[in-house]
Ligand binder design. Structure first.
Ligand code: AGP
Length: 646
């Protein structure tokens, strides 16, 4: 996930683009860059690190020499000043969250054509980039970055050259025609923006499965990943459809499909102001991140299945034979990541028949676990920097075990020190409470389970494909679920004065109960505990008093019937002791309805995948209870996003 901005108008583009990037920095902040068209030349700057590194590179140049309309800082009346990067009135900018290629100056966007006259920025993953790179290299192109994006710059330059050679008239529409040709070659998800030094008054954009909106101003237009980038200039916007190309000049917006047929966007007015923009219009980053979960899950699944139906990991320094030799798996992680590992255990053991243990990373090495060359240790971490997990990983490596990392942060320490990596493509997670990272880690665990089962000959390609296709249905179910959260918000206001909240579940619903309780503890500072529902009667049931809220995570009645019946009995037990039961159940589960004081339905899905849905209402519940209690949702007390001490 990256942030993208484009501008064409009469004002200096550089400042507008940099301000837009500042508002989009939540989308990624490992490097940033701009390309501005100045006097028939392209001026580009890019820097690894946060946006401030890039801003420092400009110094006063940001304000130009005074040739553009509203530049006031330089008096150019005595003699004409040379045109600087601050004077150009068309440009693009990018803030990056690395997927292909580490976060370096070289891999930062924009990427340029060989002659430096075409610049491209990109959000998404071009899945067929390896094939395109091979083709371009065969034509003599030398790549200067490790990104999937650079091929789009070379393809665009080649398309422009072909169109010019064919006698197409010069001008903005030439740029749009060339972009359409490029889009027809690309597979995967992408938003692309581009400028050409020879077409100084236009920016072209294209979109497939990745966001892009147009901002409409008087005598100027904007393109951006979201409206927050231009909200301080205009509240009139156009949402593009899938597979569309948009060409903006100072006075026009032209939209076509990838074949060149005229197309329409959806006009809308933005009803919030610039102050909310950093959070993309949400009150908290956490709410935004909850809302991003459908896309985060889709992105994590993107491009994982090869044409022959094999699961692809990202960096694999293990052979298939190494994986066939595995006789025991340990998953090590902390907090929310640990809960994702607990869910993984059910899937991995079911699919691979390899014994799988889940360990708190902070305890792992102290109990001297039995590890050897045929042990696979899976280290799960959103940040990739959690010291407890890193130490567990190092201990495993000292004992000669193989280590596979699941991580959301490209190039961080945990994946770097592991033998293999599967990155979740959840995008930057800013709120301390982990939400979209949790869902994407669970998805990654499923993929690893399937990969192991396939390599070991336990599952055939068509069986793997069947599960992957069920996973691919999850983003739509998440969208449907997120659209029905209003009753959960109301319930949260009701529960915000409770003394404690208990959570119960069985099978994969048990880690979901633990995760629900953790979210509530860290955000609302309330006593909250998760239990395996069957354990209640062995002690915790004594906590239940008149009106104690008990959140019950109920498995699908269509799955293992026994599981469903058992938890319905547990719900009756707590109800009989005065509990207020908040039941999370599958749509159509009428059997449980009569035991629910509050009932939240989630879409139907196979039992093993259900945590991807049942967790979501618990995230919303915790967030809203915390807000109702007046807490800082994004930065709860005593916590930090990345825990780099043991
Ligand atoms: C949960 O909401 C927390 N932020 C916390 O438990 C977190 O999951 C844990 O600290 C592990 O972090 P990591 O995924 O970055 O390793």
């Amino acid at each position: 996930m990256c942030g993208i901005v484009g501008y064409v108008g009469a004002r200096p583009a550089l400042g507008i683009v940099l301000d837009g990037l500042r508002r989009l920095e939540y989308r990624g902040y490992d490097s940033a860059g701009v390309a501005i068209v100045c006097d028939d030349e392209l001026r580009t700057e890019k820097r690894a690190g946060k946006l401030t590194n890039l801003e420092k590179a400009f110094g006063d140049e940001r304000f130009g020499t005074g040739t553009a309309e509203d530049t006031t800082t330089v008096d150019s009346t005595c003699c004409p000043a040379p045109v600087g990067i601050g004077d150009g009135t068309a440009g693009i900018g990018h803030t990056r969250w690395a997927t292909h290629g580490g976060p370096t100056d070289r891999n930062a966007h924009p990427h340029l054509s060989r002659d430096g006259r075409v610049a491209v920025i990109h959000n998404g993953i071009i899945e067929n980039f390896a094939k395109l790179v091979a083709e371009l290299e065969a034509d003599g192109v030398e790549f200067v970055s490790d990104t999937d994006t650079e091929c789009a710059a070379h393809l665009l330059a080649a398309a422009l050259a072909d169109l010019r050679a064919a006698g197409e008239p010069e001008g903005p529409r030439l740029l749009a025609a060339a972009m359409r040709r490029v889009c027809q070659r690309l597979e995967g998800a992408f938003t692309l923006l581009a400028v050409d030094a020879s077409i100084p008054d236009a920016v072209v954009g294209a979109r497939r499965n990745s966001p892009l909106v147009v901002g409409r101003g008087p005598g100027e237009h904007y393109l951006a990943s979201d409206v927050s980038a231009f909200i301080e200039h205009t509240r009139d916007a156009v949402e593009l459809g899938q597979d569309q190309v948009v060409l903006i000049t100072a006075d026009s917006i032209e939209i076509t499909d990838f074949d060149g047929a005229p197309a329409l966007g959806r006009d809308f007015h933005i009803d919030w102001d610039a102050s909310a923009a950093e959070k993309g219009g949400y009150d908290y980053f956490m709410l935004k991140e909850i809302a991003e979960q459908p896309q985060a899950v889709a992105d994590t699944l993107l491009g994982r299945l090869t044409e022959s139906g094999e699961i692809m990991l990202d960096e694999v320094r293990l052979t298939d034979q190494d994986l066939r030799d595995v006789d025991k798996i340990f998953i090590v992680a902390c907090g929310t990541a640990y809960h994702s590992g607990m869910i993984a255990k059910y899937a991995i053991e079911h699919w691979t028949r390899i014994p799988c243990e889940v360990e708190l990373a902070s305890e792992f090495r102290y109990r001297d676990p039995v590890l050897d060359r045929s042990t696979l240790v899976v280290a799960i971490s959103q940040s990739g920097e959690t010291m407890d997990t890193l130490m567990a990983l190092r201990h495993a490596k000292e004992q000669k075990a193989r280590v596979l990392a699941i991580c959301n942060t490209n190039g961080s320490t945990i994946p770097r020190e592991s033998d293999a990596v599967l990155y979740t493509h959840g995008g930057p997670e800013i709120a301390v409470a982990s939400t979209k990272a949790f869902l994407t880690m669970v998805v990654a665990c499923y993929l690893i389970g399937l990969h192991l089962a396939q390599v070991r000959g336990i599952k055939y390609a068509d069986e793997v494909e069947a599960v992957v296709s069920q996973l691919q249905g999850i983003p739509d179910k998440l969208r449907q679920l997120l659209a029905s959260m209003e009753p959960v918000r109301q319930l949260a206001r009701d529960l915000s004065t409770a003394n404690q909240v208990l959570f119960i579940g069985r099978h994969v619903g048990y880690p979901v109960a633990l995760e629900g309780a953790l979210k509530l503890k860290e955000l609302a500072y309330m006593h909250a505990e998760g239990f395996a529902a069957g354990e209640l009667k062995h002690g915790p049931i004594a906590l239940i008093d008149q009106g104690t809220p008990v959140v019950c995570v109920v498995p699908s009645p269509a799955g293992r019937g026994m599981l469903h019946d058992k938890i319905v009995s547990n719900i009756q037990e707590v109800r009989a002791r005065g509990a207020r039961t908040v039941v999370i159940a599958e749509e159509g589960d009428t059997a449980v309805a009569r035991y629910a004081d509050d009932l939240i339905y989630v879409p139907r899905t196979p039992t093993l995948l259900a945590p991807l849905l049942t967790t979501v209402p618990l995230q919303v519940l915790a967030c809203e209870i915390a807000a109702a209690r007046g807490h800082d949702v994004d930065q709860p007390r005593n916590l930090a996003k990345s825990v780099t001490v043991e």
